[in-house]
Design a protein around this ligand. Sequence first.
Ligand SMILES: Nc1ncnc2c1ncn2[C@@H]1O[C@H](COP(=O)(O)OP(=O)(O)OP(=O)(O)O)[C@@H](O)[C@H]1O
Length: 254
Amino acid sequence: MTKLLEVSGLTMRFGGLLAVNGVALELNEKEIVSIIGPNGAGKTTVFNCLTGFYRPTEGQILLQGEPIQGLPGHQIARKGVVRTFQHVRLFKEMTVLENLLIAQHRHLNTNFLAGLLKTPGFRRAERQAMERAAFWLDKVGLTELANRAAGNLAYGQQRHLEIARCMCTQPKILMLDEPAAGLNPKETEELNRLIGDLCRDHGVSVLLIEHDMKLVMDISDRIYVVNQGTPLAKGTPEQIRTNPDVIKAYLGES
Ligand SMILES: Nc1ncnc2c1ncn2[C@@H]1O[C@H](COP(=O)(O)OP(=O)(O)OP(=O)(O)O)[C@@H](O)[C@H]1O
């Protein structure tokens, strides 16, 4: 199995608060790995460190062997690590299609002059961006709504659009922060299928933060548990389900 991401000793302090304390994790190619833990455990802070929103206080983050800790977010995104957020972040006034095109613009290998002159390279890149947008719209079932303002979509559809937007940038690693929050059981089931499909058929590795334990247990190859910023356990869903420390710290709460 090829290692994509290797995190060790990840630590993040906010003043006197130790939000993340020595977290280690690995993500291999075509794997779905979840990070779980009680509210305030430090999960989103780990995501923020991995994606360059925060510069970690300590620790190493290797992407295919190359250190990326402390790099700005746009550089990490260009290297193929993209994410969704706990709360939907779309350009709500723009159409569904425009949201997918704009996401790719930041990744297109063209410059202002090429755009102004409409060079063949620029036109090719634009055509490919449109094809990718159409592909992912179809995949997440939003083709009919392509010209609707993103803000007018139902909540579950906005969640799907966020994932499509990430996939348009052809990521290696897709990081989803509580993608099932606010979804009904049927929508969660669709999300489950979509994530599995992304990994199996499109070769993307998924790092997931999620409180919906059924989804986590169904979909994860491996799970890491953090508690108060500190690693508590790691293993397969079965190992985590039966781990007494986890039951005490987390599953026992619900
Ligand atoms: N920018 C920040 N400044 C100060 N403290 C922060 C900041 N971001 C997070 N924290 C604190 O770090 C701790 C971990 O927060 P984080 O959001 O990472 O937890 P979480 O596991 O994602 O929680 P939840 O499941 O509720 O989303 C919390 O005590 C939080 O208040």
